[in-house]
Write a protein that binds this ligand. Structure first.
Ligand code: NAD
Length: 303
């Protein structure tokens, strides 16, 4: 059997970011609107600081405004409510993102509920999750949106009737991916940590989306020959060898070396879903600004 096609998320994300930048320039020229994203970071988690920096860079490259709010780890829920309330009212702010995780005792659900649904570019607000579940237009969480864009690029409307398995049921990835696939007329199964026979579920799937956060969980002989595999997992493993300065290795939830011999197409880690996530944050920020201006959102925001 031929080796799988490698789905190049980096190239697709680059092209998507260029389309966002063009549409952003048109929005500014024709309507005087500059999309802006407020990013709220609480505490000093080093990985979160890296993510926030790369988001700010991506916004600037797309011609958007970034409003960074860095708060001390001891910030209270009431103080955050006040900040989010003022961002909800600020006309320069099209979208609001609270970088996760937040330090305890802050509760993610309370913060997400405080963001105005039309500024919820992460798509985590319960109103937007509900809209997605009902098949209504809504801001869609960025990683799931990235998955759908890659699948639409490959199959278009041919997704209809395909058998899809989503491994993972988090609110951030698994559940919204399953909703999107259902809205695209796939026959969807959701597997999770209590699923009885994960290998058997995988073997039935034409589309397999792995989002469990378990390195190498899915073996090559679990994959249906010719299936399309999206590996969302990002797992950091200790570097091989004894070099103390070596960086951790990133691996997905799928055994890539095995899966590539069986699948029809597969996303690598890194270079698959990761770059699509940040491109989709730009899509959602632009779409929020477009909707606010009474204009239709760019088509990619409505998968
Ligand atoms: P999570 O821990 O919130 O959820 C994991 C889900 O996987 C749970 O529903 C759990 O039931 C399921 N699961 C765990 N072990 C399992 C097993 N052995 N068999 C079947 N199901 C199992 O994680 P999350 O936030 O959904 O993220 C999942 C993965 O995706 C992580 O590796 C995360 O780093 C990655 N991620 C990547 C991006 C990206 O941009 N590429 C974005 C978000 C998350």
């Amino acid at each position: 059997m031929a080796r799988a096609e490698i789905i190049d998320g980096t190239a697709t994300a680059r092209a998507l970011r260029a389309r966002v930048a063009d549409a952003t320039a048109r929005l500014a020229a024709d309507h005087g609107v500059v999309p802006g994203l407020a990013v709220v970071l609480v505490g000093d988690d080093p990985a979160s600081q890296v993510y926030v920096r790369s988001k700010s860079r991506a916004l600037a490259e797309a011609g958007m405004a970034a409003f960074d709010h860095r708060l001390a780890a001891g910030t209270t829920a009431d103080q955050l409510d006040q900040l989010i309330g003022s961002l909800n009212r600020d006309p320069r702010v099209s979208g609001i993102l609270v970088q996760l995780p937040v330090p305890p005792p802050l509760e993610v659900a309370r913060l997400q509920a405080a963001i105005a649904p039309d500024k919820d570019v992460d798509g985590f607000h319960v109103a937007n999750a509900g809209r997605l579940a009902q098949g209504w237009p809504a801001p869609v969480p960025c990683t799931p949106l990235g998955c759908l864009i890659l699948l639409r690029q490959r199959f278009g409307t041919g997704l209809s009737g395909m058998r899809a398995l989503v491994v993972g049921r988090s609110n951030i990835v698994g559940r919204p991916v399953a909703q999107l696939l259902l809205n695209a007329d796939c026959t969807v199964t959701v597997a999770h940590s209590r699923t009885a026979d994960l290998a058997a579920e995988c073997r039935r799937a034409d589309i397999l989306v792995a989002a469990a956060g378990r390195p190498g969980l899915i073996r090559g002989d679990w994959i249906k020959p010719g299936a399309t595999v999206l590996d969302v997992g990002v797992n950091r493993l200790a570097p091989a060898g004894a070099d103390p300065g070596a960086k951790p290795r990133l691996v997905g939830d799928v055994r890539f070396d095995e899966a590539v011999e069986v699948a029809g197409a597969i996303t690598p880690v890194p270079g698959g879903i990761g770059p699509m996530t940040i491109a989709c944050l730009l899509v959602n920020t632009l779409a929020a600004a477009q909707r606010r201006a009474g204009l239709p959102p760019m088509p990619e925001a409505v998968p």
